[in-house]
Write a protein that binds this ligand. Structure first.
Ligand code: DP6
Length: 364
């Protein structure tokens, strides 16, 4: 924990998991403060899954702030990093002035060294910036001894990062103030709420995405009338329905809304001019496989969602995992990389019923 010795650095290490949006954030009304055009909702993964680990050190002997991401030094003057550093230092000063005990003010002049690593591919559409900025803000707050509402600061690093500040099911309320003070994340249900819910991450490509979320959503806001319709007329109702489905643990409704929202998000990408393609042929195969699988049971047992990349995130309930994993393995034989993300599940192909094989088009 932070202490203030003369030249010994204070060092704090924290981890933050990624979150998977089931109602997507796409589009800003204020680029600098990162204020969205619609609210969104996500599921935060467990700490031991896809995560960022960040270490922050402060010392009076450091001459300047510096940052390393996955072992490579990056530009600390990046405006979003600067916003997070500035806001944490401002909050420290404010709390101190308000009489809340926190770190000695002299530490505020100390420079920081930040070291951050992801245990999954960076910028491949797996919410790396969400975990990254959530972790950075939380770790800085620990170093400077500040607590309380921090999602508004994480939001200024990357919009989706505000949701990774909480576990479980989290909504990012868009807010309507110009200064963004009411654009914050809020936990809808804790991580213990729906223990049967499972998430499978299917890596279709670990390459960096061709169009980043920030510039992609900017072009969508400028050119897509579907996005405007979505933000104003679709998402508000969908948020309410999704919160109700989560609270009631109603999987079919949760799953259907998740798939429809992912599809609409990718439709707005196609409606963007020039169009943005995040999905590839493997993504399309996964989408049709899920629908054939659900169709076979006349029940929505599995859902997919895709962010700004071709990798699928599958939601299902524990009881359906073994069978659906076998189906996936028939279609996409495991390779080293994929195998890493289907950890702990049986490798041998369990027998699938002949009828199921026929409906989903497996070889006899
Ligand atoms: C498709 O949070 O990465 O994953 O705020 O510009 O940093 P910036 O964008 P970012 O966008 C995430 C978009 C998304 C959907 C979501 O997570 O809600």
């Amino acid at each position: 924990m932070p202490g203030d010795s003369m030249d010994k650095p204070n060092i704090v290490t924290c981890t933050a998991p990624v979150n998977i949006a089931v109602i997507k954030y796409w589009g800003k009304r204020n680029e600098e403060l990162i204020l969205p055009i619609n609210s969104s909702l996500s599921v935060t993964l467990h700490q031991d899954q896809l995560k960022t680990t960040t270490t922050v050190a402060t010392s009076r002997s450091f001459q300047e702030d510096r940052i390393w991401l996955n072992g490579k030094e990056e530009d600390i003057t990046h405006p979003r990093l600067q916003s997070c550093l500035r806001e944490i230092r401002r909050l420290t000063r404010k709390r101190r002035n308000d009489g809340v005990p926190c770190l000695d003010l002299s530490c505020l002049s100390h420079k920081v060294r930040i070291c951050s690593v992801n245990n999954f591919p960076t910028a491949a559409g797996l919410a790396s910036s969400a975990a990254g900025f959530a972790c950075l803000v939380y770790t800085l707050a620990q170093v400077f001894g500040v607590e309380g509402e921090l999602s508004g600061i994480a939001r200024q690093g990357s919009g989706s990062a505000c949701r990774s500040m909480y576990g479980g099911f989290v909504q990012w309320i868009m807010g309507n103030q110009d200064d963004g003070k009411d654009s914050l994340a809020q936990q809808v249900e804790p991580e213990t709420h729906w223990p049967e819910l499972r998430v499978l991450v299917l890596v279709a490509s670990a390459e960096r995405k061709p169009v980043g979320s920030t510039s992609g959503m900017q072009t969508s806001v400028e050119t897509s009338c579907l996005l405007k319709h979505r933000a104003e007329s679709v998402v508000p109702g969908r948020m309410a329905e999704m919160i109700e489905a989560v609270q009631k643990k109603d999987f079919p409704t949760f799953a259907e809304l998740t798939m429809k929202d992912s599809n609409q998000f990718h439709a707005t990408c196609l409606d963007t001019y020039p169009p943005i393609f995040y999905l590839n042929s493997v993504s399309h195969q996964i989408i049709s496989l899920v629908h054939r699988y659900n169709g076979h049971y006349r029940d929505t047992r599995v859902a997919y969602t895709f962010d700004a990349g071709p990798n699928a995130v599958i939601f299902t309930l524990q009881q359906h995992v073994p069978e659906f994993v076998q189906v996936l393995k028939h279609f996409f034989p495991p390779e080293t990389k994929r195998e890493q993300f289907i950890k702990g599940l049986p490798v041998n192909h369990a027998a699938l019923s002949e009828e199921l094989k026929q409906t989903i088009g497996l070889e006899p």
